[in-house]
Design a binder for this molecule. Sequence first.
Ligand code: SF4
Length: 308
Amino acid sequence: MSTVVATHSAASQSKAKYSFNKLQKRLRRNVGKAIDQFAMIEDGDRVMVCLSGGKDSYTLLDILLYMQRIAPIKFSIVAVNLDQKQPGFPEHVLPDYLASLGVEYKIVEEDTYSIVKEKIPEGKTTCSLCSRLRRGILYRTATELGATKIALGHHRDDMLETLFLNMFHGGKLKAMPPKLVTDDGKHIVIRPLALCSEKDIERYARAAEFPIIPCNLCGSQDNLQRQNIKQMLQDWDRRFPGRIESMFRAMQNVTPSHLVDGTLYDFKGITTSEGPVADGDIGFDTPKLPAMDVPDEDSIVQIVNLTE
Ligand code: SF4
């Protein structure tokens, strides 16, 4: 009996290890792809990895340290945490973890919590001032540390949420860039998790047992509009598997001639002598799914779902 139990537990352990390895490989591959596709890290870079203590930034640091070991180029990493003096912030957790990794790190202590509490009336959302203050401090720290790149832990789902936030509330088709120059023009911000899904990151962080620090210490509610969008996307993901992936592919596959922004595409300059544009006029066509020229009944149901 005990031999059967032991065999069963060994089998489930090896299954868990196999699926963890697969997950780890997928995350590493996606980070490698993003770094390559957007030329995020170059030889000689000093990458400042911003670590909040949440699942995303732990995963980011973990994978970048791996990349550093195997990359054909040389770059250095310095982890930075901003201790914003929120009540109950466990000060020892990150230094202990970072020391155990042997990575260079800096903890910056700035009481932005009190500033935000003082400036923002009770009941109002504090996140926008808090993030602005945090951004300024992190840029300054990057200068002090001589960092050439600032790596943030935003992932694919953050980018999609931002796209919908901007569409629903800002009237803009705009998401979150994988790479950009900071407002002060001195640094380049990179988001190496841009191609990674939040689900994968969540599972990875749990399996790797990162010492997560809760993100509600400041007592602020998560931005309600972002929460609503998150729920909408999660609901779509449950009801229409593949939709999130398709939408994210769409963000990497834009056709300006088929949008309505005259600054991106010279509609005024269109003449017949230039011939038809790429992708042509599909206004009268039935939307096509890949490899599906003549839709059957099932496909039409899918098309309706995809286009509703
Ligand atoms: S949740 Fe709290 S710590 Fe995070 S940005 Fe908002 S106010 Fe700042």
